[in-house]
Design a binder for this molecule. Structure first.
Ligand code: F3S
Length: 404
């Protein structure tokens, strides 16, 4: 790799051991992808998970004197103050969570603890080069906003935050953003749930391909939440970091433009029946439930509004915990606008700063959960809690009835 004098000084340790380690990681990453050089990034987002490895890496950099040149927003860990009132965690789990907050504060991160920064708070513009980790954020940044990010890990995104650079490879290069598979879609998704199921289906076949979605008819333009769920699920069942929707996303005004004049390597046809079958395959059958979990990715304020309208004058079943994961600012807006009161009155609860994959949720393992998110199902089932997948209105019915 060609490094500038300044980059070489960072690598040599002239700016301390923390910066040197960050540079070492980026140079190794660049070499493994045959990057010729580094480029500047103007935004970063770090998918810290509140798990030991991420916190250790941040401590290593901070203890070596590093701070952030491009302050990152941060993914959720868990709401220590709120959730310990309800659920048992071990001293080690609590200590790790507190260490995580402390060390990210010391490195100069913006402690947003939210996994949808690309919708509010850290929104890149078209063509901007950024380093975002969080598998649901990267496809949105690339496909919907037309900004440029690779699928960063929390470690590489933090290294970019410290140095202000990233290796030039992958989605930062124009020709690597071209579509490579065509998805010929007969179905017409109506809400974020439908878009999520579609994304999960495509991701299974796409792997690392860049899908170009072409709808036979699409009467309703997708909302940000629809596209968020589409990308999140393609990056769960597959590892899609970029996609196009003909006539919708900015680099795909036509099918030809989406493929940059090239051809699809293969075509995936998708019918309504395929999606119904997909839903049936990934969801548990149903029965008595102990948990409803929404907000993977974090619910937006508009989703909280929709939820409040469904919960009005209803009461969550005594045997069911109903948690909605969202951002602290969406909760504040819901407080001001009145939805928070409606939601809390029903017995459901909003929680900021928290991911579905955290120790406080282990209290529910062994029981059956309900969610509107295949991504939530995917991660929680690995921890021993099966999930029924339903659209939002049905999740609310299940919460009220105590069964799905
Ligand atoms: Fe967000 Fe955690 Fe789901 S980071 S997307 S709530 S797995």
């Amino acid at each position: 790799m060609r490094l500038t004098d300044e980059e070489q000084r960072m690598l040599d340790g002239s700016y301390g051991q923390g910066v040197k380690r960050a540079m070492e990681l980026l140079v190794a990453l660049g070499k493994s992808f045959d990057a010729e050089k580094m480029i500047l990034v103007s935004r970063t987002h770090v998918a810290l998970s509140g798990q030991e490895g991420d916190t250790y890496w941040c401590e290593l950099l901070v203890n070596g004197g590093a701070t952030c040149k491009v302050a990152p927003t941060t993914n959720p860990a868990w709401d220590v103050q709120g959730l310990t009132k309800y659920y048992e965690v071990t001293d080690q789990e609590l200590e790790l969570a507190l260490r995580t907050v402390d060390v990210y504060r010391r490195i100069g991160a913006k402690l947003t603890f939210c996994c949808t920064p690309e919708l509010a708070g850290n929104v890149p513009s078209f063509g901007e080069h950024v380093a975002f980790s969080e598998s649901s954020a990267t496809p949105y940044v690339n496909a919907v906003l037309g900004a440029r990010s690779n699928r960063e890990s929390s470690c590489s995104a933090l290294a970019s935050a410290v140095t202000g650079i990233t290796p030039l490879y992958g989605y930062h290069i124009e020709e690597n953003r071209a579509g490579t598979m065509l998805v010929d879609i007969e179905a017409e998704p109506k809400d974020a749930y439908d878009w999520g199921i579609l994304g999960f289906y495509i991701g299974r076949y796409a792997g690392k391909h860049t899908p170009v979605l072409r709808f036979r008819t699409l009467q309703q333009r997708p909302r940000p939440e629809d596209l968020l769920y589409l990308g999140a699920e393609m990056a769960t069942s597959g590892s899609v970091g970029m996609y196009h929707i003909v006539g919708v996303t900015p680099e795909a005004p036509t099918t030809g433009a989406a493929f940059q004049g090239g051809k699809a390597e293969f075509t995936l046809p998708v019918s309504q029946k395929d999606l119904e079958k997909q839903e049936e395959e990934i969801s548990e059958k149903g029965g008595k439930i102990n948990l409803v979990m929404l907000g993977c990715p974090h619910y937006t304020y508009d989703q909280l509004r929709e939820l409040a309208s469904l919960l009005e004058n209803r009461r969550v079943h005594d045997d069911v915990a109903f948690w909605v994961l969202t951002s602290f600012d969406a909760i504040e807006l819901a407080r001001r606008s009145g939805e928070l009161e409606v939601i809390e009155k029903s017995g459901a609860r909003l929680v900021p700063d928290t991911c579905i994959d955290e120790p406080c949720w282990k209290s529910f393992e062994g029981g059956l959960g309900v969610t509107d998110s295949p991504k939530c199902m995917y991660y929680r089932e690995r921890r021993g809690q099966p999930f029924v997948i339903r659209r939002l209105s049905e999740c609310v019915d299940a919460a009220v009835n105590g069964e799905a």
